[in-house]
Each structure stands twice: as C-alpha cells, then as structure tokens.
Design a protein around this ligand. Structure first.
Ligand SMILES: Nc1ncnc2c1ncn2[C@@H]1O[C@H](COP(=O)(O)OP(=O)(O)O)[C@@H](O)[C@H]1O
Ligand SMILES: [Mg+2]
Length: 318
C-alpha cells in the first residue's frame, strides 16, 4: 500500500452476532481482527467466497449493523475537521455527517434499495436535496454512463446493469471521498462487469478511496491497486495487487487465483466453514493443500507493504 496516510484506517475490527435462543444460542464471528487501510486515489478489492464477512465489514463501517451485533476495534476516517472514529459514533452523526457525504455506500443488491413505486429521477433528486448537493440528477447519471431517459424510469424498467449503476449514482450524490461498493457487479455479464469496474477505477483515479467488494477475482485483478483477501471472518492476506496477484503468499489466495479461467478453472475444494462453528486453529486448514497440523490462530505477519496470516505461507514468503 502507498506510504501516504490512509483516508480510512481499520484496526482490530471484530463483529459478532448472537443468534438463536436457549440451548441453540450460538455466536457468529463475522469479522475477526480486521486491519484494513483505504488510500485516496487507490482502488482496494476485498475478495473472498460468500459468507466470509465482507458485507458485515462494510456494514460495521457505515453503522448499518443490527442491534444484535457486537462491534469492537477502531475505524478512523480522516475528515476535513480531523479524524473521526466511526465505530460507536452516534447514529445522528453517522446519518448527518458520514453516510453519503464522507462514505458512499453502494449496498449489495443495490437494485433492491430503490423504491419500486418512484422513478429513478425522483429518488436521485431526493438524495441530492437531502445532502444539499446542487448537482443536477442528469449529471449524476452521466457520471455512471446511464442515458438521461433513465430519470423517468421506474426501478423494474431497468436492466440489472442499469440498476447497479443507478445505485452507484446515488452513492455519488454527496461526492464522498470514500466509496464502498458491495458486489456491484454481481449478476452482470462480462462487458457490464468491465464497465462498472472501469467506472470505479475512474473514481479512484480522480482521487477517491474506493473499496470494491467482489468474489469475482478476475474483476479484482483487472482494476485493483490493493487487495485484501478475506476467509472465514479474517483478512488472511493484503497488499498491493501486483504483488498479491503475481506472488500470492496465502494458500487460500493461491486457490482463488487457480479458479480463474486462465489458470484452468480449478476451484478450491470444499466450502468455507460456518462462522458459528469455526474450527480450532487456522480456519483454512481443512481445505489447505499443506495439510499440516497448523495449530493456533495464525497471527498476521507484515513484510514491507504486504501482510499474511498463515503458519505455512507459500510463494516468496515461504
Ligand atoms: N444480522 C445478522 N445476524 C446474524 N448473522 C449475520 C447477520 N448478518 C450477517 N450474518 C452472518 O455473517 C456471516 C458473514 O456474512 P456476510 O458479511 O454477508 O458475508 P459475505 O458478504 O462475505 O458473503 C454469514 O455467516 C452471515 O450469515
Ligand atoms: Mg456480501
């Protein structure tokens, strides 16, 4: 990652949910000890299979978790008025100062966040008015390469790709310096994936810090400056994309890259564990080719601008 101060610095983020009652009560550890830096002018891809905690991580940062979540750690956003701790900030501060203004969120399944009975234009204009932004709604559409007539469309009249871009337009209404996009390319075909990721890369190139959450490694490899790999609630590897994608250090990252078309479509065998029943020690061990007796939680080890949490790292870290 670049040497400059991060715009958003997450340290030791833990999120747990208590679910079920009585004898069936259990704890879901959705995020464990996450450290993540987002930098202005850089696109960070957060990758990993479904159910690893990626969405919960963004929801923790934007204060959108339900009351059943317990959150620990720090997430400091640098703002024109100085550093702002996001975790535990009062809801009124998050609503009035943070969401949409300092942190833009494109939620997972953005289309479902549009009100079905109102036109895209009415919803964008309302968001702009709430944020006090003088930008015309048509200009927002132009930024995401949607034609002007979409202003008069109802959400059900949009294609999947148009709906995702409408969600992105809404997140850009307050011109936030940090943008969190949760699976903005899910369900899109390849040309549209490239279109949306290209838009996000352009927003980063203009100076924003962009987090692209995706399980589409190919999309991540195409546009990311930095990568963070999440597995079973932990960030197991992170660093600049050119390093992580060419010389992965965590066997899980190697496995994800092996599932790419140019690497022979070989998926990682098995499935991620249930986060309410994490195995002892390394959670990846049951799927790891090393099949070593890796006891104890692997602590993150930092080498230069890269971090890996593994007892038996591979590549040049081995
Ligand atoms: N509100 C909630 N209550 C209980 N468990 C939750 C809640 N939200 C998410 N989870 C659990 O947290 C885990 C991580 O979910 P999520 O962040 O959505 O994964 P990802 O985005 O990586 O697919 C899942 O096991 C999910 O069931
Ligand atoms: Mg998700």
């Amino acid at each position: 990652m670049s040497a400059a101060e991060p715009v958003l610095a997450v340290r030791g983020l833990d999120v747990a949910f208590r679910v079920g009652r009585g004898a069936r009560a259990r704890t879901v550890r959705a995020v464990t000890g996450a450290d993540l830096d987002l930098h202005a002018g850089r696109l960070t891809a957060l990758v990993g299979e479904s159910g690893c905690g990626k969405s919960v991580l963004t929801e923790a940062l934007t204060g959108l978790l339900p009351g059943t979540a317990s959150v620990r750690g720090r997430a400091v956003l640098s703002t024109p008025d100085g550093p702002l701790e996001l975790l535990g900030a009062p809801e009124a501060a998050l609503r009035d100062r943070v969401r949409g203004r300092l942190l833009g969120l494109v939620p997972q399944s953005a289309a479902t966040h549009l009100t079905p009975t109102r036109t895209v234009g009415a919803q964008l204009r309302e968001t702009l008015a709430r944020l006090g932004t003088p930008t015309p709604a048509a200009e927002l559409l132009e930024r995401v390469a949607l034609p002007r007539h979409v202003l008069g469309s109802y959400p059900h009249e949009l294609s999947g790709g148009q709906a995702q871009r409408a969600g992105l337009a809404s997140a850009l209404a307050g011109d936030p310096p940090v943008l969190l996009a949760d699976e903005p390319t899910a369900g899109l075909d390849r040309p549209l994936v490239e279109h949306v990721t290209g838009l996000l890369a352009g927003l980063a190139a203009e100076g924003r810090a962009v987090l692209l959450i995706t399980h589409d490694l190919r999309a991540a490899r195409d546009v990311a400056d930095d990568v963070a790999v999440m597995y079973a609630s932990r960030l197991v590897e992170s660093g600049p994309a050119d390093g992580v994608f060419t010389d992965p250090w965590h066997p899980y990252t190697t496995g994800l890259l092996g599932a790419l078309p140019d690497a022979g479509f070989t998926p990682v065998p098995g499935h991620p564990p249930e986060l309410s029943a994490l195995p002892e020690g390394c959670a990846f061990a049951p799927r790891c080719p090393a099949r070593d007796d890796c006891s104890g939680d692997p602590a993150p080890v930092r080498h230069g601008d890269r971090t890996v949490s593994c007892h038996r790292p591979v590549g040049r870290a081995s």
